[in-house]
Design a protein around this ligand. Structure first.
Ligand code: GLC
Length: 789
C-alpha cells in the first residue's frame, strides 16, 4: 500500500505527491491558481501562466512539445560568485548535478527543493487567493562552513497576450511591445495600445536586470548558458522590441548555516499605480506566509465537504484529495489548457463543462450556478448548443462541426439537464428554474425550465428512421463521424442519454407538481425506450449507432471490426432502458470482450484502416484513443452501471483498475502522473498497451468521483433528502464518511453487511432504510448518523 515508486510517493498527511527524481517519463505537472489567474508548473519548473483565458490573456510563453522538452518555465539561476559555477533551482534548464532534489506538488502550489554545492534552495510557487499574480518564494540555505557569495537570476519569458498570435506573427508581436524597469519592477507592455501590463518584481532591490531575452541569453546561446548568468551580471537591457523577459539579478551573501528569503512576484495589472501601492503589503514581513496559509486553508475547506475513511488506503487517497482536486481543475479549465491541450484554439467544452460540474457542485454550488448560466447562454432557442466557448469573451463555436452540414452534436444540449438537476438536488434552489436567461444569438430569453425543455425538443425533433436521435456531427464520441451527407445516421447511445434526461425531468416535474408535463415526457420516454429496444438491441448487447447507409455500428454483423462499443452497454443501465435480463447480458458480454487489466476499451475489434463512413475514429491506429483505446472517462459509467445492478465486488475491482495511484508501481509503462486520471490509455490492440496520455483534463475525474462517492459509498443528494445506498465490496466491515449537505456537516458511520438494513439518528431507526428526509437534516451542528447496510 502506498509504496514509494521509482519517481516518487504520496504524502497523504500533507496532501502532496513527492517527486524524487527530475527525469520523470513525461513532465509531471501541477496547476496553480483557482480558475482565474494561474498556470501550469512541472516538476522541473517548466510551464506557463495566463490570466483567466490561456488564449487571449497569456502571460508566460511555453514551447510546446519541443526539444529541449518542457521549457521554458519559472526559472531561478543560482551562481557561485567565487567559482562562477551556476545551476538552476529547478534542475532544468541547466540540468547540473545535485546532492538532493525533490518536488512536492500540493493543492494549488508546488515546492521544488535542491541542494547543490552546499547551497540548499527551496522554491515555492503559488497564486494567492483572489490575486492576479503568482509568488515564487525562494529560500536559500548555506550548508557550508564558509561565507558564500551567491547571485540569483530570475527568468520569466513573457508571451504576447494573444497566445495564437505569438506563434503566428513574429514581426507584429515583436514590434509593438517593450520592457521598462522602474522602482525595482519590470513591466512588459505595448507602446501604442492599452493592454494589461505584465510585471515582475522581487522583495529585494535588484543588483541588475534585463528585460530583453536577446540580451539576457546572448547570441547563439540557450537557457543552459545565458550570457548574463555566465557573466554574473545582467546588462540592464530596456527592450524596445523583441522578446521580453523578467530577469532580476540579486547579489546575496550567506554566512555559514545562514538562510535567506527572496520573494518574486509575477502578474498582470491594468493599473500600475495601484500595483505600486499594493506591493509593500504583498512583500511585507510575513505576507507570503499568510497568503500561503490562506491558500492551504481554502483547499482544506473545499475538501472538508466530503471525506471518507474506508479499508482501502488507495481509495481514501483518491477520494479525499486527488480526485476532488482534479475535479476542481477540470471544472476550472475543462479541456482547454494542459500539456496536451495547449490553451490556444479549443476553449471550454460545453458537454465537458456540464459534466465537470457534477464533481464539484457539493462543494462549490455558487460557482456551479454561475457556470450553468454561462452554459444556458450558449444554448440556441431551438434547443441545441455551442460545442465550445471561450471563458473570457463568452464567444461560442461549433468546434469541428463548424460549417458542416450537421453542425451540431447530438448530445451537447442534453447534458444541461444532467448538470441542472445535480445542482437542484444538491442545493434545493428550485427558484433557479424560473430565472430568465437569454438564448445564444437571439433577443429572447427563456426560463431555465424552458431551456431544459428546449433541449429535449431539439432531440425529439431530430430523429431518424429508427426513431433514434440523429447522430449530427457526433455524439459523446467526438471521433465517430457517421454522417456522410444523407442525414440518416442515428445514435443509439444518444437515445439512451435522452431517455435518462427525460427521466430526470419527469422526476423533477413530479416534484414540482407539474403532472401534465410529467405525463407528456413519460410518453416521449416510452417511445424512445421502445425504439432503442427494437432497433438498438443486437442479440447479446446494445448497438452504438446506425451509419448513413442505415447499417448498424457495434453489432455482431459488423464483421472483423467494431462488433461492440462500450458506452451503450453502460448507458443501457444508466438510462433505465434495459430490462434486467438485457442489462445483465450486455454488461457481462462487454466485460468479456472489452475488459483489460487497466480498464475497458471503448470498442472491439478496432478499425484496421481509415473508413470514410466512420470518420475520425478510424484515423487512430488500433488500440489508440477512441479506436479501441481505454477511454478512461467511460469506465466509471460502466462501474456505475455495475453498482446499479448490485455487482458490488466486480464493480470495485473495475474501480481499482483505473485508480491512478496504482500506476505509481509502473511509471515507465504508464508514463503520465500517478496522482491524476488521464483521458486515455492505449488499449490491448496497441503495442504500447498501458501507456497513458492526456492527463489531468478529462471527464474521468468527475465520473470517477461520482461513481466513488454517490454509487460505491452510495450517498446521493435528492430534492428532499439524502439517499444512502452503499454498494461496497462484501469484505468491508465498516467505513465512515463526513459530508456537508445543505449547510450541515454529517458524520456517517457505516457497518455491514447486516441482515437488516437501517439508518439511525440519535438511536432512532428511520422508516426508510435508504433515505434520510430533509426534516432530519435541518441546519445545526454536526450530526452523527449510523447506517447498517
Ligand atoms: C474528449 C472531449 C469530449 C469527448 C471525448 C470523446 O475528451 O473533450 O468532449 O466526449 O473526447 O470523444
Amino acid at each position: 500500500m502506498l509504496e514509494e515508486g521509482k519517481y516518487g510517493y504520496f504524502d497523504p498527511e500533507e496532501r502532496e505527491y513527492v517527486i524524487t527524481r527530475p527525469q520523470t517519463p513525461t513532465p509531471w505537472i501541477n496547476y496553480l491558481g483557482g480558475g482565474e489567474y494561474g498556470g501550469i508548473v512541472s516538476n522541473n519548473g517548466g510551464g506557463y501562466s495566463f490570466d483567466r483565458d490561456p488564449r487571449y490573456k497569456r502571460v508566460l510563453r511555453y514551447r510546446y512539445n519541443a526539444i529541449p522538452e518542457d521549457q521554458p518555465g519559472r526559472y531561478i539561476y543560482l551562481r557561485d560568485d567565487e567559482s562562477g559555477a551556476f545551476w538552476s533551482a529547478t534542475w532544468q534548464p541547466v540540468k547540473a548535478g545535485f546532492d538532493h532534489y525533490q518536488c512536492r506538488h500540493g493543492l494549488g502550489y508546488t515546492v521544488i527543493s535542491q541542494r547543490h554545492a552546499e547551497i540548499g534552495s527551496e522554491l515555492t510557487y503559488f497564486v494567492p487567493l483572489g490575486k492576479k499574480l503568482e509568488f515564487w518564494w525562494l529560500k536559500l540555505r548555506n550548508h557550508s562552513q564558509r561565507t558564500r557569495r551567491i547571485s540569483s537570476f530570475s527568468y520569466a519569458e513573457f508571451c504576447f497576450f494573444d497566445a495564437a498570435k505569438d506563434q503566428q506573427n513574429v514581426d507584429w508581436v515583436q514590434q509593438i511591445q517593450r520592457g521598462v524597469f522602474e522602482d525595482n519592477i519590470i513591466f512588459w507592455n505595448a507602446f501604442m495600445r492599452k493592454w494589461d501590463d505584465v510585471f515582475m518584481t522581487a522583495s529585494l532591490p535588484a543588483s541588475s536586470f534585463d528585460t530583453s531575452r536577446e540580451s539576457f541569453v546572448g547570441r547563439y546561446r540557450d537557457l543552459t548558458n545565458p550570457a548574463a548568468v555566465e557573466a554574473g551580471r545582467c546588462s540592464g537591457s530596456v527592450a524596445q522590441r523583441g522578446n521580453g523577459v523578467g530577469a532580476l539579478h540579486h547579489q546575496l551573501e550567506l554566512a555559514p548555516g545562514a538562510t535567506l528569503e527572496l520573494v518574486y512576484v509575477l502578474g498582470v495589472t491594468s493599473d500600475p499605480a495601484a500595483l505600486r501601492k499594493e506591493l509593500p503589503e504583498l512583500l511585507g514581513p510575513g505576507a507570503v506566509d499568510r497568503h500561503f496559509a490562506a491558500l492551504r486553508e481554502s483547499w482544506r475547506d473545499y475538501l472538508a465537504t466530503f471525506q471518507a475513511v474506508t479499508p482501502v488506503p488507495e481509495l481514501n487517497l483518491m477520494l479525499n484529495t486527488w480526485n476532488p482536486y482534479q475535479c476542481k481543475t477540470t471544472f476550472d479549465w475543462s479541456r482547454f489548457v494542459s500539456l496536451y491541450q495547449l490553451g490556444i484554439d479549443r476553449g471550454m467544452g460545453f458537454r465537458d463543462c456540464a459534466q465537470d460540474l457534477l464533481g464539484v457542485v457539493h462543494a462549490l454550488p455558487d460557482q456551479a450556478k454561475k457556470l450553468l448560466r454561462r452554459l444556458f447562454q450558449c444554448q440556441f432557442a431551438d434547443g441545441h448548443a455551442y460545442h465550445l466557448f471561450y471563458p473570457l469573451t463568452g464567444e461560442g463555436t461549433m468546434g469541428e462541426a463548424e460549417g458542416g452540414k450537421y453542425n451540431w452534436y447530438s448530445d451537447d444540449h442534453l447534458w444541461l439537464i444532467e448538470a441542472t438537476v445535480a445542482y437542484l438536488k444538491e442545493t434545493g434552489d428550485l427558484d433557479f428554474l424560473a430565472e430568465p436567461i437569454g438564448y445564444a444569438g437571439a433577443e429572447r430569453a427563456g426560463t431555465v425550465w424552458e431551456h431544459l425543455l428546449r433541449a429535449l425538443e431539439f432531440t425529439a425533433g431530430h430523429r431518424g428512421e429508427h426513431g433514434l436521435p440523429l447522430n449530427g456531427f457526433a455524439d459523446w464520441n467526438d471521433a465517430l463521424n457517421l454522417d456522410r451527407g444523407d442525414g440518416r445516421a442515428e445514435s443509439v447511445w444518444t437515445g439512451m442519454l435522452y431517455h435518462r434526461e427525460l427521466n430526470l425531468l419527469i422526476e423533477l416535474a413530479e416534484h414540482l407538481g407539474k403532472s401534465a408535463e410529467a405525463a407528456r415526457l413519460r410518453e416521449a420516454a416510452a417511445q424512445m425506450k421502445a425504439a432503442i429496444n427494437d432497433a438498438g438491441w443486437d442479440g447479446e448487447w446494445y448497438r452504438q449507432a446506425f451509419d448513413d447507409q442505415g447499417g448498424p455500428v457495434g453489432s455482431q454483423s459488423c464483421g472483423a471490426e467494431e462488433q461492440i462499443y462500450l458506452n451503450p452497454q453502460a448507458w443501457a443501465v444508466l438510462s433505465g432502458v434495459a430490462d434486467a435480463a438485457r442489462a445483465g447480458m450486455a454488461l457481462s458480454r462487454a466485460k468479456e470482450l472489452l475488459g483489460t487489466e487497466f480498464g475497458l476499451v471503448l470498442l472491439y475489434p478496432a478499425y484496421r484502416k481509415f473508413r470514410d463512413d466512420r470518420g475520425g475514429v478510424s484515423t487512430y491506429p488500433p488500440g489508440a484513443k477512441e479506436n479501441g483505446g481505454i477511454f478512461v472517462h467511460t469506465n466509471p459509467w460502466f462501474i456505475i452501471a455495475e453498482l446499479m445492478l448490485g455487482l458490488k465486488n466486480e464493480a470495485f475491482r473495475d474501480y481499482q483498475r483505473i485508480l491512478p495511484v496504482y500506476k505509481n508501481a509502473i511509471p515507465d509503462r504508464h508514463e503520465v502522473e500517478p496522482y491524476v486520471y488521464c483521458q486515455n490509455i492505449l488499449g490491448k490492440e496497441h503495442p504500447q498497451f498501458g501507456l497513458g496520455r492526456n492527463s489531468w483534463l478529462t471527464g474521468t475525474a468527475t465520473w470517477a468521483y461520482v461513481a466513488g462517492t454517490q454509487y460505491l459509498l452510495g450517498i446521493r443528494p435528492h430534492y428532499d433528502g439524502l439517499i444512502i445506498d452503499p454498494q461496497v465490496p462484501d469484505d468491508w466491515p465498516e467505513f465512515t464518511v463526513r459530508r456537508r449537505f445543505r449547510g450541515r456537516d454529517l458524520e456517517i458511520g457505516f457497518r455491514g453487511p447486516v441482515a437488516e438494513r437501517g439508518i439511525f439518528i440519535a438511536g432512532e431507526r428511520l422508516t426508510d432504510p435508504r433515505f434520510i428526509p430533509l426534516d432530519r437534516l435541518q441546519p445545526g451542528p454536526s450530526l452523527k448518523i449510523r447506517v447498517h447496510y
